[in-house]
Design a protein around this ligand. Structure first.
Ligand code: UDP
Length: 671
């Protein structure tokens, strides 16, 4: 088929307001410039064009000489000046957009300039693509970020967690893309770059690797100027006490910035030899900043670079105050929400010689390709039709018609719970266990039946490596969208890897993104559809990360022992209780054992790299769904199977007796 080219290239306008968002927009602009189907425009606003903030527009011009420069900042270091700048920004950005007439505007982050741009673009009927929506910022920035999300049509989220929040705000799933953060390309490229590759020696002649240095960057926190200045004072006091080699970057343009600079000048005035150890700079290019983060012994302050970027290099980072409150915090970051000078000094001293293993919390270095491709290809007319989702779970719904297959039950459903039946072929204790006969049906039949009778599972799929199991489950009405690779079906394979594989396959093959995923093992034949719905209700209502089914254990912890099978030697499991001390069974606390019937987890936590590393099905925020013993049998050994067969035979017998004994009036109700 011949490709039909559009009548004219798509006109895309990237709006950048400061060095921070340019460092993320730059790789996207570079990629867009390589696309023949896109005509790129760049508008530089905010602190880019201000002399006192280093006129970083010059750097933008190196990449895009034809840029339009727009002054949007109303002078004044106050919040009211910031409000005026929002209004002024709408007027000025609107004028630039009317000149360019773009089809799509690309903005980034949570700054008020992005907010002005989003309003102007919307009212001019221009589609808005927003990078880095759905994240949490500790201050009013967070409200602006979420407001920009609501004013945007294409969402380019940096993490699965952020994408989840955007969905929770009612945005259309088909326009939410988890792309990772575009700054990771630069960071990953700098991992092995030589120090002098980006003029570092000329720019920082006093820095030497042997002596080591501190990197400090602290911005105003606009909601509480006094506290910002107090925290800042505390940091400066620590730095001026230690007098270690320090590269110090000026705070950004936000209100409070002038007061902060005054405090810095006060310390400089009082210290005669500050020039010997302190290097104050307004701005450094993104590559240089990455090298500073890489080679600094520690980073201190409250910048987002500390929270999101230093982890790539494993640099110990001290995050001061509450500007980054609520954000994902990699292992190399320590936060002092209410800092004290002495504690800051001690932290710096302790961490100057330490290092963390590198970690990549926000991407794999391919984000700008994904972002540019999406912007180039997305249907711009269709994405502007916002379709809002309803919280169907929280209000009683008329029963859905029962079907034997499990198609998507509703496209307007806000939360999607994907059931994954996990069944591998090579079971050892009972060969062919998952499809072995139990009361005239294959074992897996009972789990498929329970899943299909659930009101709240959106879809139920099977993940198996075995064509036989796939065939049997399919006959029962279960979806089998893929065959699990053999390496994920070994004795040592983890459930977590298998679930992650299922989530990724559904996203890749069907563009299907679930909010929760429920593991259903075929070895629990007595769990019901109601159990499934109860556990889903529990995770949604309590907003916890995971719900796991348990049952009361008949064993008492105080009467449980480790036994050496060879020697017969026994030791109490609960070591705090002496073995010989007699405690009545009724007096010991109840203990509950996981019964294997239900594990339901938030997808964003499964995909969260911090959790992924530990590979566990549990988190600190896991709740127990208690099931009675008679629905908790987990078939592991031949004895369990025998018991299950007896139970099924017994229950059928009981049911027959009940039907025979039911009064005839009740029987009349049945046709
Ligand atoms: N950055 C830069 N040069 C600098 C300071 C920061 O290129 O002199 C980059 C940094 O790597 C990060 C972004 O700008 O990608 C955000 O900067 P910062 O953390 O200062 O801003 P925040 O997001 O906290 O407002």
């Amino acid at each position: 088929m011949q490709m039909v080219l559009p009548a004219r290239p798509r006109r895309v306008c990237v709006i950048t307001s400061n060095r921070s968002d340019w460092s993320k927009l730059r790789p996207v602009v570079v990629k867009l410039l390589q696309d023949p189907l896109v005509e790129v425009h760049v508008v530089a606003v905010g602190s880019h064009v201000l002399q006192e903030f280093g006129r970083t527009v010059t750097e933008v011009r190196n990449y895009f000489p034809r840029l339009i420069e727009v002054s949007t900042t109303i002078a004044g270091d106050t919040v009211s000046a910031m409000v005026d700048s929002v209004g002024f920004g709408i007027i000025k950005i609107s004028a630039a957009l009317q000149q360019i007439k773009p089809d799509c505007c690309v903005i980034h982050g949570d700054r008020f300039e992005a907010f002005s741009a989003a309003i102007a673009a919307n009212l001019l009927n221009v589609a808005v693509a927003h990078i880095e929506g759905g994240e949490l910022s500790g201050t009013v920035d967070g409200y602006l970020r979420h407001a920009v999300t609501k004013l945007s049509h294409i969402h380019l989220a940096c993490s699965a967690d952020a994408a989840h929040r955007i969905r929770a705000m009612g945005e259309r799933s088909d326009y939410i893309h988890t792309t990772g953060c575009p700054s990771y390309e630069r960071l990953i490229a700098m991992e092995s770059a030589a120090w002098d590759q980006h003029d570092m020696r000329e720019r920082f002649p006093m820095l030497s690797k042997d002596e080591g240095f501190i990197l400090a960057l602290m911005h105003p926190c606009v909601t509480d100027e006094k506290r910002t200045v107090d925290d800042y004072d505390c940091l400066l006091q620590a730095l001026f006490t230690l007098k270690k080699r320090t590269v110090y970057l000026y705070p950004n343009v936000d209100p409070g910035n002038k007061r902060m600079i005054q405090v810095l000048h006060k310390y400089q005035k009082a210290c005669k030899d500050w020039q010997n150890w302190l290097e104050v700079v307004t701005h450094v290019a993104p590559e240089q900043f990455a090298l500073l983060m890489r080679d600094a012994n520690v980073m201190v302050g409250n910048s987002s670079a500390g929270i999101r970027e230093t982890c790539v290099f494993g640099t110990p980072t001290l995050n001061i105050g509450w500007r980054q409150m609520g954000r994902l915090q990699p292992k190399n970051v320590t936060t002092f929400e209410e800092p004290e000078t002495q504690a800051v000094i001690e932290w710096i001293m302790k961490n100057m010689e330490s290092r963390f293993p590198p970690s990549y919390e926000f991407g794999n270095g391919e984000s700008s390709v994904l972002i540019a491709e999406t912007i180039s290809k997305v249907d711009l007319a269709e994405c502007k039709t916002k379709k809002f989702s309803e919280f169907q779970y929280l209000v009683p719904q008329p029963p859905l018609p029962k079907v034997r297959t499990s198609p998507v039950k509703s496209t307007t459903r806000m939360l999607r719970v994907l059931g994954v039946i996990t069944a591998r072929g090579g079971s050892k204790a009972i060969p062919g266990k998952n499809i072995i006969d139990l009361g005239g049906k294959p074992l897996i039949h009972y789990t498929v039946e329970a899943a299909l009778s659930s009101e709240l599972l959106d879809r139920c799929i099977l993940s198996t490596d075995c064509p036989n199991i796939a065939r049997v489950a399919r006959e029962d009405g279960c979806e089998v969208p893929f065959i699990r690779p053999a390496e994920l079906a070994q004795d040592a394979s983890s459930h977590m890897d298998c679930i992650r594989h299922a989530i990724n396959m559904m996203a890749e093959q069907e563009n299907y993104e679930a909010d929760y995923v429920m593991i259903l093992q075929p070895t629990s034949p007595f769990r019901t559809g109601k159990d499934i719905d109860n556990a889903i209700g529990m995770i949604i209502e309590s907003s916890c990360d995971a719900v796991v089914s348990v049952t009361k254990s008949s064993a008492s912890l105080t009467k449980t022992f480790y036994v050496d099978e060879d020697s017969g030697e026994m030791n109490p499991y609960a070591l705090s209780v002496p073995a010989q001390e007699y405690i009545r069974r009724q007096d010991t606390p109840s203990v509950y054992a996981e019964n294997g019937a239900i594990f339901v987890q938030r997808v964003s936590s499964i995909l969260n790299p911090c959790w992924a590393r530990c590979g566990s099905l549990f988190s600190e925020d896991t709740k127990a769904y208690i099931m009675p013993n008679d629905r908790s049998l987990d078939i592991d050994e031949p004895y369990d199977l025998e018991l299950a067969r007896l139970l099924i035979a017994h229950r059928r017998e009981q049911a027959n007796v009940e039907i025979l004994e039911t009064p005839t009036t009740a029987l009349k109700l049945k046709p």
